[in-house]
Unconditional design. Structure first.
Length: 250
């Protein structure tokens, strides 16, 4: 028997490079590096796959990661398309199917930026389609993602507070949409100074489901942000082990 420790397999959803190159899939390397450096093996999950095939893939991995990208279609929460909304309907279908399968299985899920938004939408929440500029916080600054631009206040009893070891966290920002009404299964655990939602978690403390609006993958040199990825990957490893144990087999 091999002594090599099995690294968790984590499905990562890929969207199209809209609007300039719709035939090209895109994924920032920083997401791959963050997951890999925390001990995971990222596996690409691409649009155009039917629901049954998505379920088949999700059943074979140990976690689901939802990265940044363009905007979810507002019809999923009963609104018309805002003029500033950019949509990838194939990605919506992919991620909503993947989220449904992952939640059915009790699998860990981490969403970043759009990933936080589509997680909330898929579970029954809604979004602010466009944050108008000029408020107390600039959520779409013309700055590199390595730049910390505003604080987020974190709920003391949250998973994020434990992992960050902080109640106030300095973060980067690159978004024009945000969570409006949280999904019934999620609770808001971090907000910016202007009240914009910056993080959500599963209401059930036994479920590892987290969505963050900022980009921790670009701040992995800071332990508070690295801890989020490390804990996600560790949780995926525990999920895999539980499925492989005699009690976890059917």
């Amino acid at each position: 028997m091999s002594d090599v420790v099995r690294r968790p397999l984590i499905a990562v959803t890929l969207g199209r490079d809209l609007p300039d190159r719709p035939s090209v899939f895109r994924l920032a390397d920083s997401f791959v590096q963050a997951l890999a450096s925390s001990g995971a093996i990222p596996i690409a999950l691409m649009p155009g796959t039917d629901g049954a095939a998505i379920r088949q893939v999700v059943e074979r991995v140990d976690g689901l990661f939802l990265p940044s990208g363009v905007d979810p279609h507002p019809r999923h929460f009963g609104e018309e398309v805002h003029p500033r909304t950019v949509i990838d309907e194939d990605l919506d279908a992919l991620e909503m199917n993947a989220i449904a399968s992952a939640t059915d299985l009790g699998m860990p899920i981490l969403g970043v930026c759009r990933g936080c938004q589509i997680l909330n939408v898929a579970l029954g929440g809604s979004l602010v389609q466009h944050l108008e500029p000029g408020g107390p916080v600039d959520h779409l600054p013309d700055l590199p993602l390595k730049s910390e631009v505003h604080d987020v206040r974190i709920a003391a009893d949250s998973r994020l507070a434990r992992l960050s070891e902080a109640r106030l966290l300095r973060v980067n920002s690159l978004h024009h949409q945000a969570v409006a009404r949280p999904a019934p299964a999620l609770r808001v655990v971090a907000t910016a100074q202007d009240g914009i939602v910056e993080a959500v978690e599963a209401r059930d403390p036994d479920r590892w489901i987290v969505g963050v609006q900022y980009h921790p993958e670009e701040l992995m040199d800071q332990q508070a942000h690295r801890n989020l990825f490390d804990d996600f990957v560790s949780s995926c490893g525990r999920f895999a082990a539980a499925r492989q144990s005699p009690e976890g087999t059917e």
